[in-house]
Write a protein that binds this ligand. Structure first.
Ligand SMILES: C[S@@+](CC[C@H](N)C(=O)[O-])C[C@H]1O[C@@H](n2cnc3c(N)ncnc32)[C@H](O)[C@@H]1O
Length: 378
């Protein structure tokens, strides 16, 4: 495999459908993986792109004459150009549509493979009609209305800012399915998440807040549940994302001299000493999308979380292409007992795990569903 394998145009790399009818499953799977790599809307941070390039360079000839950073940037640039090519997109859509249409004719040994192939093709296909793919250049106002148990609603308005196109780390300018699904659930069943039982002056911290949907929802929901004053700190490491988040706070709390949601810069790999053991509750939605994220988040949570605190982590399950296996790293980070963070004789562990289904019309095409983890000191 070479670096250029990542960037081959669909029109010259996808096998004709008629040859696939008798092809081994691996050939079809590989073609689908390549399409997913190309058209998956969630862009990876440069660190992961670099790791990927290094991995490919090792498999290659060993003529690693170019700097890895340059290779990573070149590979990403080539992908961006190819992704925008209308002819190639139309070709990929036709290929996926005929693959699904002729799925019954594929000579496969295992029926599960047929189901998986159709599912993967349909997910990639649906990403072509997602807002990120086509509307990434335009700012979008999104309105959410989440029903509460008392027949009310929590209404949030968000500005989803355009992605820069040059910065591969500004994914937090747009709202992701995980935060929508989770915000809806919190409003529906607040007691299930302990949202009605905060002590006075409690602190909530959201990690990788992006547009801030989870924090803003909490900021409006909590006062409807109890009188206690809770401070909500929506954090992210990206300056432009934080700026957009501040706009969203102002939009949702226009008459507040002191809005209940504040922002702060926080990098999971280097959480500030001043916030040590400060959080009664932590939230993080769709934040595990590179191999190093899960361990950073685990250790960051250990630093921030009070001994009786709860960390709600919602991981987006993406099964194909470059994200394959990455959602599993969340659970894996808590598997080896000796590696678990410790505090006052307790260890930080996953105490509950829930599968949440993807909902029609919510989230990108490559999202299969969500895993919600309840993490505590035990
Ligand atoms: C896919 S977005 C999810 C945003 C939001 N939670 C949502 O669900 O819409 C991932 C977020 O994590 C942030 N992020 C990525 N790496 C980070 C790090 N090392 N420290 C803090 N935030 C980070 C990004 O800036 C982005 O806002």
């Amino acid at each position: 495999m070479s670096l250029t394998t990542l960037c081959l145009p669909p029109s010259s790399s996808l096998p004709p459908i008629r040859t696939l009818l008798v092809a081994p499953t691996a050939v079809i799977t590989s073609a689908l993986h390549n399409l997913q790599t190309l058209y998956c809307p969630l862009r990876l941070p440069t660190t992961f792109a670099k790791a990927r390039v290094a991995e490919l360079a090792q498999v290659d000839s060993g003529y690693a004459s170019r700097d890895e950073d340059e290779d990573a940037v070149d590979a990403e640039d080539a992908l961006v150009t190819l992704r925008a090519d209308e002819f190639e997109r139309a070709y990929a859509v036709r290929w996926l549509t005929s693959l699904i249409g002729r799925a019954e004719e594929l000579e496969l040994e295992d029926e599960d493979d047929r189901e998986r192939i159709v599912g993967d093709a349909a997910f990639i296909l649906s990403s072509f009609s997602d807002s990120t793919a086509e509307d990434a250049d335009e700012s979008l106002t999104r309105d959410f209305s989440f029903p509460t148990p008392k027949n009310g609603t929590i209404d949030i308005q968000l500005n989803d800012a355009p992605l820069s196109g040059t910065d591969h780390t500004d994914v937090g300018l747009q709202s992701w399915g995980a935060s929508i699904i989770f915000s809806e659930l919190m409003c529906k069943e607040p007691a299930r998440f302990g949202l009605n039982a905060f002590p006075e002056d409690a602190t909530i911290i959201e990690l990788g807040a992006g547009t801030g949907l989870v924090s803003l929802t909490l900021g409006k929901l909590l006062p409807t549940l109890a009188d206690s004053k809770v401070e909500i700190l929506a954090t992210d490491y990206h300056p432009t994302v934080l700026e957009n988040l501040q706009t969203n706070i102002a939009t949702n709390f226009p008459r507040f001299a002191e809005p209940p949601v504040k922002t702060s810069m926080l990098d999971w790999s280097l959480p500030p000493p001043a916030l040590e053991s400060s959080a009664h509750m932590l939230f993080a939605a769709d934040v595990v999308y590179a191999p190093e994220h899960a361990v950073w988040l685990r250790d960051c949570a250990a630093h921030l979380l009070l001994l009786n605190g709860i960390f709600w982590l919602i991981v987006t399950v993406r099964k194909v292409g470059k994200f394959e296996g990455i959602p599993d790293t969340a659970e894996a980070a808590f598997l080896v007992e000796e590696q678990l963070p410790q505090k006052d004789g307790k260890k930080l562990k996953i105490v509950e795990k829930m599968e949440l289904e993807k909902k029609r019309g919510i989230g990108r095409g490559d999202e299969y569903g969500y895993m919600l983890f309840k993490i505590m000191w035990v």
